[in-house]
Design a protein around this ligand. Structure first.
Ligand code: PAN
Ligand code: ZN
Length: 195
Protein backbone atom coordinates (compact mmCIF):
# COMPACT_ATOMS: atom_id res chain seq x y z
CA UNK A 1 0.00 0.00 0.00
CA UNK A 2 1.26 3.43 -0.87
CA UNK A 3 1.44 6.01 1.89
CA UNK A 4 -0.22 9.37 1.45
CA UNK A 5 2.62 10.83 -0.56
CA UNK A 6 2.06 11.73 -4.21
CA UNK A 7 3.33 9.20 -6.70
CA UNK A 8 3.67 8.73 -10.43
CA UNK A 9 3.83 5.77 -12.76
CA UNK A 10 3.80 5.09 -16.47
CA UNK A 11 1.63 2.86 -18.61
CA UNK A 12 3.82 1.50 -21.43
CA UNK A 13 2.67 -0.16 -24.67
CA UNK A 14 2.01 -3.48 -22.93
CA UNK A 15 -0.52 -1.80 -20.62
CA UNK A 16 1.25 -3.17 -17.54
CA UNK A 17 1.90 -0.15 -15.27
CA UNK A 18 5.48 0.39 -14.12
CA UNK A 19 4.31 -0.04 -10.52
CA UNK A 20 1.19 -1.51 -8.91
CA UNK A 21 0.02 -3.23 -5.71
CA UNK A 22 -2.26 -5.95 -6.96
CA UNK A 23 -2.58 -8.05 -10.11
CA UNK A 24 -5.94 -9.78 -10.66
CA UNK A 25 -6.27 -12.51 -13.29
CA UNK A 26 -9.73 -13.54 -14.54
CA UNK A 27 -10.02 -16.79 -16.40
CA UNK A 28 -12.76 -18.27 -18.56
CA UNK A 29 -14.02 -20.42 -15.66
CA UNK A 30 -14.93 -17.23 -13.74
CA UNK A 31 -17.45 -16.36 -16.51
CA UNK A 32 -19.67 -19.43 -16.21
CA UNK A 33 -23.24 -18.57 -17.23
CA UNK A 34 -22.34 -15.23 -18.83
CA UNK A 35 -21.85 -16.36 -22.44
CA UNK A 36 -25.01 -17.37 -24.29
CA UNK A 37 -23.31 -20.10 -26.37
CA UNK A 38 -22.80 -22.64 -23.56
CA UNK A 39 -21.53 -25.34 -25.97
CA UNK A 40 -18.78 -23.03 -27.20
CA UNK A 41 -18.03 -22.04 -23.60
CA UNK A 42 -17.69 -25.65 -22.45
CA UNK A 43 -15.63 -26.67 -25.48
CA UNK A 44 -13.19 -23.81 -24.92
CA UNK A 45 -12.97 -24.51 -21.19
CA UNK A 46 -12.18 -28.16 -21.88
CA UNK A 47 -9.22 -27.10 -24.04
CA UNK A 48 -7.81 -24.53 -21.66
CA UNK A 49 -8.98 -22.24 -18.83
CA UNK A 50 -7.79 -19.16 -20.71
CA UNK A 51 -7.02 -15.79 -19.15
CA UNK A 52 -9.69 -13.38 -20.47
CA UNK A 53 -8.55 -10.25 -18.66
CA UNK A 54 -6.22 -8.85 -16.04
CA UNK A 55 -6.44 -5.88 -13.69
CA UNK A 56 -3.48 -3.98 -12.19
CA UNK A 57 -4.58 -2.00 -9.15
CA UNK A 58 -3.19 0.52 -6.75
CA UNK A 59 -4.48 -0.31 -3.31
CA UNK A 60 -5.93 2.70 -1.49
CA UNK A 61 -8.18 2.90 1.56
CA UNK A 62 -11.80 2.24 0.54
CA UNK A 63 -13.14 5.60 1.70
CA UNK A 64 -14.95 8.31 -0.25
CA UNK A 65 -12.00 10.72 -0.10
CA UNK A 66 -9.85 8.29 -2.12
CA UNK A 67 -9.80 7.57 -5.86
CA UNK A 68 -9.16 3.94 -6.75
CA UNK A 69 -7.32 3.56 -10.03
CA UNK A 70 -5.57 1.06 -12.20
CA UNK A 71 -5.45 -0.58 -15.60
CA UNK A 72 -7.54 -3.38 -17.02
CA UNK A 73 -6.31 -5.38 -20.00
CA UNK A 74 -8.90 -7.43 -21.86
CA UNK A 75 -7.30 -9.96 -24.20
CA UNK A 76 -8.66 -10.64 -27.69
CA UNK A 77 -10.79 -13.70 -28.29
CA UNK A 78 -14.32 -15.04 -28.51
CA UNK A 79 -16.67 -17.56 -26.97
CA UNK A 80 -18.86 -18.47 -29.94
CA UNK A 81 -19.68 -15.10 -31.50
CA UNK A 82 -19.33 -13.14 -28.22
CA UNK A 83 -16.08 -11.36 -27.51
CA UNK A 84 -13.89 -11.70 -24.43
CA UNK A 85 -15.22 -9.27 -21.82
CA UNK A 86 -15.15 -8.44 -18.12
CA UNK A 87 -17.65 -9.85 -15.63
CA UNK A 88 -19.19 -6.42 -15.23
CA UNK A 89 -20.84 -4.99 -12.14
CA UNK A 90 -22.92 -2.35 -10.45
CA UNK A 91 -21.08 -0.42 -7.78
CA UNK A 92 -22.29 -1.55 -4.34
CA UNK A 93 -22.80 2.14 -3.57
CA UNK A 94 -24.96 2.79 -6.65
CA UNK A 95 -24.47 6.56 -6.54
CA UNK A 96 -20.81 6.39 -7.60
CA UNK A 97 -19.45 6.93 -11.11
CA UNK A 98 -16.25 5.99 -12.90
CA UNK A 99 -13.94 7.42 -15.56
CA UNK A 100 -12.32 5.21 -18.22
CA UNK A 101 -9.53 6.23 -20.58
CA UNK A 102 -8.68 3.94 -23.47
CA UNK A 103 -4.95 3.65 -24.16
CA UNK A 104 -4.92 0.89 -26.72
CA UNK A 105 -7.14 -1.44 -28.73
CA UNK A 106 -10.79 -1.41 -29.76
CA UNK A 107 -13.84 -2.24 -27.77
CA UNK A 108 -17.19 -1.34 -26.28
CA UNK A 109 -18.55 -0.55 -22.85
CA UNK A 110 -21.96 -2.15 -22.25
CA UNK A 111 -23.96 -0.29 -19.59
CA UNK A 112 -27.40 -0.29 -17.99
CA UNK A 113 -29.26 1.10 -14.99
CA UNK A 114 -31.63 -0.64 -12.57
CA UNK A 115 -34.37 1.55 -14.11
CA UNK A 116 -33.94 -0.11 -17.52
CA UNK A 117 -31.87 2.43 -19.45
CA UNK A 118 -29.03 0.97 -21.48
CA UNK A 119 -26.09 2.32 -23.47
CA UNK A 120 -23.18 0.90 -25.46
CA UNK A 121 -20.21 3.19 -26.16
CA UNK A 122 -17.10 2.60 -28.22
CA UNK A 123 -13.53 2.50 -26.92
CA UNK A 124 -10.67 3.69 -29.13
CA UNK A 125 -7.17 4.87 -28.18
CA UNK A 126 -7.34 8.36 -26.68
CA UNK A 127 -11.08 8.13 -25.97
CA UNK A 128 -12.53 8.94 -22.55
CA UNK A 129 -15.73 7.35 -21.24
CA UNK A 130 -17.67 8.69 -18.28
CA UNK A 131 -19.84 6.11 -16.52
CA UNK A 132 -22.34 8.07 -14.39
CA UNK A 133 -23.60 6.85 -11.00
CA UNK A 134 -26.14 3.95 -11.19
CA UNK A 135 -24.79 2.48 -14.45
CA UNK A 136 -23.51 -1.13 -14.41
CA UNK A 137 -20.56 -1.53 -16.78
CA UNK A 138 -18.79 -4.29 -18.71
CA UNK A 139 -15.80 -3.82 -21.06
CA UNK A 140 -15.72 -5.85 -24.27
CA UNK A 141 -12.66 -6.31 -26.53
CA UNK A 142 -13.87 -6.26 -30.15
CA UNK A 143 -10.42 -6.52 -31.78
CA UNK A 144 -9.52 -9.94 -33.17
CA UNK A 145 -5.84 -9.50 -32.36
CA UNK A 146 -5.08 -6.66 -29.95
CA UNK A 147 -5.38 -6.21 -26.19
CA UNK A 148 -7.87 -3.57 -25.00
CA UNK A 149 -6.05 -1.42 -22.42
CA UNK A 150 -8.16 0.81 -20.15
CA UNK A 151 -7.21 3.15 -17.31
CA UNK A 152 -9.97 3.62 -14.73
CA UNK A 153 -10.67 5.85 -11.71
CA UNK A 154 -13.56 5.57 -9.24
CA UNK A 155 -14.40 6.64 -5.67
CA UNK A 156 -12.81 4.63 -2.88
CA UNK A 157 -16.07 3.65 -1.19
CA UNK A 158 -17.84 2.41 -4.36
CA UNK A 159 -17.48 -1.34 -3.76
CA UNK A 160 -18.66 -3.95 -6.30
CA UNK A 161 -21.96 -5.78 -6.72
CA UNK A 162 -21.19 -8.68 -9.09
CA UNK A 163 -24.15 -10.80 -8.05
CA UNK A 164 -26.88 -8.84 -9.83
CA UNK A 165 -25.12 -9.20 -13.19
CA UNK A 166 -24.26 -12.86 -12.53
CA UNK A 167 -27.97 -13.48 -12.01
CA UNK A 168 -29.52 -11.36 -14.75
CA UNK A 169 -26.74 -10.62 -17.24
CA UNK A 170 -26.71 -7.37 -19.25
CA UNK A 171 -29.66 -6.36 -21.42
CA UNK A 172 -27.39 -6.06 -24.44
CA UNK A 173 -24.67 -8.33 -25.88
CA UNK A 174 -21.91 -7.46 -28.34
CA UNK A 175 -21.42 -10.17 -30.94
CA UNK A 176 -19.25 -10.62 -34.00
CA UNK A 177 -21.17 -10.52 -37.31
CA UNK A 178 -18.90 -11.11 -40.32
CA UNK A 179 -15.94 -9.55 -38.58
CA UNK A 180 -17.84 -6.54 -37.22
CA UNK A 181 -19.20 -5.95 -33.72
CA UNK A 182 -22.98 -5.76 -33.45
CA UNK A 183 -25.14 -4.95 -30.42
CA UNK A 184 -28.06 -7.34 -29.89
CA UNK A 185 -30.67 -8.02 -27.20
CA UNK A 186 -29.66 -10.62 -24.62
CA UNK A 187 -32.31 -13.32 -25.05
CA UNK A 188 -31.65 -14.61 -21.53
CA UNK A 189 -31.80 -11.29 -19.65
CA UNK A 190 -34.08 -11.53 -16.65
CA UNK A 191 -34.59 -9.25 -13.71
CA UNK A 192 -32.72 -10.54 -10.66
CA UNK A 193 -35.04 -11.46 -7.77
CA UNK A 194 -33.63 -8.95 -5.33
CA UNK A 195 -31.02 -6.26 -5.37
C1 PAN B 1 -12.82 -1.69 -13.07
C2 PAN B 1 -13.14 -3.16 -13.27
C3 PAN B 1 -12.21 -3.93 -14.16
C4 PAN B 1 -12.58 -5.42 -14.24
O1 PAN B 1 -11.73 -1.55 -12.26
O2 PAN B 1 -13.18 -3.74 -12.00
O3 PAN B 1 -12.24 -3.38 -15.43
O4 PAN B 1 -13.94 -5.63 -14.45
P1 PAN B 1 -14.81 -6.46 -13.41
O5 PAN B 1 -14.57 -5.85 -12.05
O6 PAN B 1 -16.22 -6.32 -13.87
O7 PAN B 1 -14.33 -7.88 -13.41
C5 PAN B 1 -14.06 -1.09 -12.42
O8 PAN B 1 -15.04 -0.88 -13.06
N1 PAN B 1 -14.03 -0.86 -11.11
O9 PAN B 1 -15.08 -0.37 -10.44
ZN1 ZN C 1 -16.70 -0.13 -11.74
Amino acid sequence: MHNAHPYTFDIPETGIPTSYDNHIVRRLSAMKGQYRDTDAFNALLEQDDRILYEVYEFRRPEVSSELLHGVSIIHPGRVGDEYFMTKGHFHAVLETGEVYYCLRGRGMMVMETPEGDWSVKEFRPGGVLYVPPRWAHRSVNTSPTEDLVLFFVYPGHAGHDYRTIEQQGFRKLVVDRDGKPEVIDNPRWKQAESR
